[in-house]
Structure formats: structure tokens, C-alpha cells
Design a protein around this ligand. Structure first.
Ligand SMILES: [Mg+2]
Length: 315
């Protein structure tokens, strides 16, 4: 654990440094309030700080206020060190965002006790942040394939469409569906089916670039978002995706499974089309690719060519 000692009084600072390093912690020390604030806001910031109340540059309570305003995560534990004994001063210090306080002159046992208490809180804060990151990761990713899940890729599309609208730029999506996927499960079992999905997701992901994104949209259906792509560009990307998926059989256990996919491309039609309209257009194009024999790319027609609904073939 890293501890910051900030005190302009040489004797008091040296004493705290000594006590803290004797406890086995890594200490940095400063004698100025602004330096203390800098250290606390820096990326490699300390987990706990002992802050003198009265210092040049910035006073302890103001440092606490600024650090709390920054809403840092994990949370640094702040201990105000003061010779002020008046109750209202201490309350003001805590209100400013300090977690605890020490009054000078302090003894080693008290300092150690406060630091141990602070370490418990700092650890808990770190664990909470880590747990939340894991949850966020779980919430955004598909468990089987590790790529974005339906919700996350849909949100990505929403954001990119808002951006395209703001910047009047192009945007396209590709809906990808593995062909006859049910047959893989039937012929080779569900473990092989899972392996095919994972490998297909990996091949799709490896083909994308820059700000492109791919997510698992349904069982064996994937959505690819191509910001900045025209329909022609997206058509080329879709061909690359198709070739990547079918390039070689997927090794699933002992079986080498031939995999192909059908793809539907739709370009965003500015300015009125929304996400649902765009996805519906890509979906219709995908159905047409299925109908026309699978393992192929079809593009949604431009708006002026009617959108006759084809009968929907089995995938
Ligand atoms: Mg001082």
C-alpha cells in the first residue's frame, strides 16, 4: 500500500514518514498542499494520505474537497492531521471529505491504528471497483464467444448512429447468420456447435478494423457495425467476413466442420432512419441471401426501390 505524507513541518513530517515506513508501507512525502493534491490526482496515486491541516499551497480540508470532487476510483483514504482540537474544526474537516483525523502530537499506536483502519477501507474500495468492473464486463459480453452481447452491440450501434447523424457521415451494418447451424448441433453435438460459434466469432472479429464492432445478436446470428462505411464499402467488408468464416473447416473435437454464413448489408439512410429500420433492412437482405442459396452477401435496396417483403425461408 502506498501512503502519502503531506506536512510542511519538518519534524512532524519526518516522524510520520518514519512511523509509516516502519510499518512496512511505501511512503512518499511532500511539504506543500498543491503537491499533495497533484499526487492524489495522479494515476499512480497513494491509497491513503496523511494530510496536515495547515500547509502552504493548499490546506488539508481543501485537498479533501478537491479529491472527493474528482470521484476517484478506487477511493483514496484521507486522514487530516491537525493540532486543532476544537470540535467544530474537526467536523468541518470531515465534512470536507476527510475519512478520519489525527491530532498532534500523536503517538505511534494511534497512527498505526488509524492506518490499519484506512487500509481496510481502501482495500474494500479496490475490491468493489474490481467486482464492478467484472460485472460490467459480464454485462457487456457474450459468455460463450466473449464478443459483445446483443445489448452491448445494439448500444454501440445507437451511439454510432447518433454520431453519423451529427456528422452527416455514412454508417452501415452487416447481419451475419451461420448457414444450417442446426445441422452442426444435430450431426456433431452441442459442444461442437459451441466451438463453431466461438471460432466464427473469432474469425469475424479478426477481420474487422478500427472502430468496427461485432456482437452476438442471437443464437447463430452476429451483428457487425461499420461506422463510416458506405454500402459499397460494407459490401466489400461483408465479402471479407464471408470468406473469413468459411476459409477452412472449424476443428471441433474430432470433427472438422465446414461452416458458411449468409450476410445482409444495409447502409444507414440519413436522416430519418432509426436503428430498428436499419436492422430490419439488414435482416431482409439477410433473408434474401438465404433464399438465393446461402453463403453469399446481399445488400438492402436503396429507399426508392420498393421493399417488397419476400417470404421468409428457413435459415
Ligand atoms: Mg502545517
Amino acid at each position: 500500500m502506498k501512503i502519502l505524507v503531506a506536512d510542511d513541518d519538518d519534524a512532524s513530517r519526518t516522524l510520520m514518514e518514519l512511523m509509516v515506513s516502519r510499518m512496512g508501507y511505501e511512503v512518499t512525502s511532500v511539504r506543500d498542499g498543491l503537491e499533495a493534491l497533484d499526487a492524489l490526482l495522479s494515476p499512480g496515486r497513494p491509497h491513503l494520505a496523511l494530510l496536515d491541516w495547515l500547509m502552504p499551497g493548499m490546506e488539508g480540508p481543501e485537498i479533501c474537497r478537491r479529491v472527493r470532487e474528482a470521484a476517484l476510483e478506487p477511493y483514496p483514504y484521507l486522514v487530516l492531521v491537525t493540532s486543532k482540537r476544537a470540535r467544530e474544526d474537526l467536523v468541518a474537516g470531515l465534512d470536507a471529505g476527510a475519512d478520519d483525523y489525527l491530532t498532534k502530537p500523536f503517538d505511534a499506536a494511534e497512527l498505526e491504528g488509524r492506518i490499519r483502519a484506512g487500509r481496510r477501507v481502501a482495500r474494500m474500495s479496490e475490491e468493489l471497483v474490481a467486482a464492478r468492473e467484472r460485472l460490467r464486463d459480464l454485462a457487456l459480453h457474450d459468455v460463450l464467444t466473449g464478443i459483445l452481447n446483443r445489448r452491448a452491440v445494439s448500444e454501440h450501434l445507437e451511439r454510432e448512429l447518433s454520431r453519423a447523424r451529427r456528422e452527416s457521415g455514412p454508417l452501415a451494418v452487416v447481419m451475419v447468420d451461420l448457414d444450417h447451424f442446426k445441422r452442426v448441433n444435430d450431426a456433431h453435438g452441442h459442444a461442437a456447435g459451441d466451438e463453431v460459434l466461438r471460432e466464427a466469432a473469432r474469425r469475424l472479429g479478426a477481420t474487422l478494423r478500427g472502430s468496427d464492432a461485432v456482437g452476438r445478436f442471437g443464437g447463430e446470428e452476429f451483428l457487425v457495425v461499420l461506422p463510416g462505411a458506405t454500402v459499397a464499402g460494407a459490401h466489400e467488408s461483408a465479402e471479407r467476413l464471408r470468406l473469413a468464416v468459411s476459409a477452412q473447416p472449424v476443428q471441433a473435437g474430432k470433427a472438422a466442420v465446414e461452416v458458411t454464413c449468409s450476410l445482409g448489408v444495409a447502409g444507414w439512410r440519413a436522416p430519418r432512419q432509426d436503428v430498428d429500420g436499419l436492422l430490419a433492412a439488414a435482416d431482409s437482405a439477410l433473408y434474401r441471401a438465404k433464399e438465393l442459396g446461402r453463403n453469399r452477401v446481399e445488400c438492402a435496396p436503396p429507399p426508392d426501390q420498393g421493399s417488397e417483403e419476400a417470404s421468409l425461408p428457413e435459415r
